[in-house]
Design a protein around this ligand. Structure first.
Ligand SMILES: *Cc1c(COP(=O)(O)O)cnc(C)c1O
Length: 235
């Protein structure tokens, strides 16, 4: 595990990268939120992140998130699910995280809506992002661009869910043009859907350790960063 000092240095380096990317494209730093990805790191790193003023964490497995939240639940951060979600874990996910970023099929929308209603989620319902595979990577989850409109329609007609934006995972490629196109396509899709449905869809969750600058330059509002903050993952 990183030490407190290492973490602070790593955090400063990441914040410098974010600031530099914002400068390049003329964006305000405050328009990009940094989400520390704490998966496969101990609960103590959640507390470190919170102590440094970060306000959310990302986890990719429901069970792991639930356990960690039990240990670091007082850290006062917002927990978000960024990994694939099976319907049979949907209830635990809703009970564990404040937002699910990986909603990628209509069946999951229906299950989450029903459970969110059962859990008595009032005003506005549970927050979700729709995950879209704009990189057309066969190994990745996320709905296709073609299916995004139908998925959004289903989510908007779910009374117990609140769609806040879109999420994508950049391709493994290190080729700048390929990676940037994936992010640009998510932004363009968001613009089309927001216009078509007359809703804001403010959140664009894209960019990780290896590609956050490109994501920010293409409009990301939330970068999900693990390795650059906490080092290599365990296990
Ligand atoms: C693990 C993970 C990240 C963080 O990846 P790093 O390369 O370690 O920054 C971001 N997003 C998702 C969906 C992840 O699963």
């Amino acid at each position: 595990m990183v030490t407190e000092t290492e973490f602070r240095e790593r955090l400063e380096a990441v914040q410098r990268r974010i600031k530099a990317a914002c400068t390049v494209c003329g964006r305000e730093v405050a328009t990009v939120e940094l989400m520390p990805v704490t998966k496969r790191h101990p609960a103590a790193v959640v507390e470190m992140a919170a102590a440094a003023g970060l306000r959310c964490v990302g986890e990719n497995r429901v069970q792991e998130a639930a356990g960690k939240r039990g240990e670091a639940g007082k850290a006062g951060v917002r927990w978000e699910l960024i990994g694939p979600l099976q319907s049979n874990k949907a209830r635990l996910a809703l009970e564990t995280v404040e937002r699910i970023q990986t909603v990628d099929r209509i069946k999951l929308v229906r299950v989450l809506d029903r459970l969110s209603g059962e859990l008595g989620r009032g005003a506005g319902g549970s927050a979700i992002l729709l995950q879209v595979n704009t990189g057309e990577d066969p190994a990745k989850h996320g709905c296709s661009e073609e299916d995004a409109e139908g998925l959004l329609e289903a989510a908007l007609s779910a009374p117990h869910l609140r769609v806040e934006g879109l999420m994508t995972i950049g391709p493994l490629s290190t080729e700048e043009a390929v990676v940037r196109r994936t992010f640009a396509r998510l932004r363009q899709l968001r613009d089309r859907l927001a216009e078509g449905f007359g809703i804001p869809l403010d959140v664009l969750s894209m960019g990780m350790t290896g590609d956050m600058e490109w994501a920010i330059e293409e409009g990301s509002t939330l970068v999900r960063v693990g390795t650059a903050l906490f080092g290599e993952r365990e296990g």
